[in-house]
Design a binder for this molecule. Structure first.
Ligand SMILES: [Ca+2]
Ligand SMILES: [Ca+2]
Length: 76
């Protein structure tokens, strides 16, 4: 039971961290798909999204998003 409680706390803290950005992980898979990115940043071109996707897995993870915001490519 303790482990379950810990997981719930982590999940809550995790979603709080995600909520600091404009992007919503609407399918809950832990990464931001290009569709989710476009929903949050409709003005950002596909070229920019490809550049942000540093590991080229076709999705933006929290690190990639933070990096893009840090260099000013995306608004926070
Ligand atoms: Ca997602
Ligand atoms: Ca990626």
């Amino acid at each position: 039971m303790r482990l379950v409680g810990f997981s719930v706390v982590c999940a809550v803290l995790g979603s709080a961290a995600w909520a600091q950005t404009m992007v919503e992980d609407s399918d809950g898979d832990g990464v931001y798909s290009m569709d989710e990115m476009r929903a949050a940043y409709p003005d950002v071109s596909d070229d920019v999204l490809v550049q942000i996707d540093v590991n080229e897995d076709g999705a933006i993870d929290e690190e990639e998003l933070a990096a893009a915001i840090a260099v000013g490519v995306l608004d926070s």
